[in-house]
Design a protein around this ligand. Structure first.
Ligand code: FE2
Length: 290
């Protein structure tokens, strides 16, 4: 197991891997107690959510507009998003609600006390400042991803800086395995070294909606799928990913969920600027640091 505690030398080695490959793997970063506590919070949030009317917006005919607004306003809130395959043609859930949620996003790290505590623990700040080199780290976004058994969908190849763009580029994903991630249940796949060529596009607000600029074409963007390597990790592992690293995950056809928490950090002023047309905006509740 690679230690991450206080050891300058180990940080140097991990930093080298991060710089060369665009990602680094830190097993044992999340304690079993933290996993248990945070999973407990997730269960609690789902129970609270089940008691609200919010759910109806997903099964009405107005879905596109309302879902869009629900999504667009989610930057500083705790909101629930469903798997595409969760519903029948009639709009009924195929399996129970807690097994149908794709993710909870995008401000668990600010709006939930336990997630805030975890996201701001001393070791996190240490990794952000000393391993990555952030000078004014801002915790911009978080997601709890379920990758549900049998219906957890594929996440097509992308770069996270497409969604969390700064000038200059600064986004880094902190990806925490809350359950073992394997090829069977849809682990991360990455193209080592792909972070060295900038990003292909941005995901921006336009009018009342969002769009890719430049738009996505029909051709596969990262033609050679053989370049992807799997990142199979035990529960408790932190995977650091450069914002320009090309990564993806396949659908989960297994009976095991593959739950993960992700925290995205960007450089704040005066070192980087965050454009007003980025999809994620937090006008009344700006992102904070540690
Ligand atoms: Fe991603």
């Amino acid at each position: 197991m690679i230690g991450w505690k206080n050891h300058h030398k180990q940080f140097q080695e991990l930093k080298k891997q991060f710089d060369e490959n665009g990602y680094a793997v830190l097993p044992g970063f999340v304690t079993p107690e933290e996993v248990a506590t945070l999973k407990g919070r997730i269960e609690h949030l789902i129970k609270e959510f089940e008691a609200t009317e919010e759910f109806t917006i997903f099964s009405t005919k107005e879905q596109p507009t309302k879902t869009n607004k629900y999504f667009l306003d989610s930057g500083d809130k705790i909101r629930f998003f469903f798997e595409e395959n969760a519903f029948t043609a009639e709009g009924e859930l195929k399996q129970e609600k807690k097994l149908s949620i794709n993710k909870i996003a995008h401000a668990l790290h600010d709006e939930d006390p336990e997630f805030s505590k975890f996201s701001r623990k001393t070791e996190m700040e240490k990794v952000a400042r000393e391993l990555i080199g952030f000078q004014n780290p801002l915790l911009i976004q978080s997601m709890y991803i379920f990758k549900q058994p049998r219906i957890g969908g594929e996440v097509s190849p992308h770069q996270d800086s497409t969604f969390l763009y700064t000038e200059p580029l600064s986004c880094v994903a902190f990806w925490f395995a809350f359950e073992e991630a394997t090829r069977d249940n849809g682990c991360l796949w990455v193209i080592p070294g792909s972070h060295k060529h900038g990003i292909k596009r941005r995901f921006v607000r336009e009018g009342d909606g969002v769009t890719f600029k430049p738009p996505k074409g029909d051709d596969p963007e990262w033609a050679d799928a053989t370049q992807f390597v799997p990142v199979e990790v035990p529960a408790g592992t932190l995977v650091l990913m450069h914002g320009s690293l090309v990564h993806m995950s396949y659908e989960n056809k297994s009976d095991q969920s593959r739950q993960a928490y992700t925290l995205h950090i960007v450089e704040g002023p005066p070192h980087a600027t965050y454009p007003a047309d980025n999809w994620l905006q937090r006008p009344s509740n700006p992102p904070r640091g540690f």
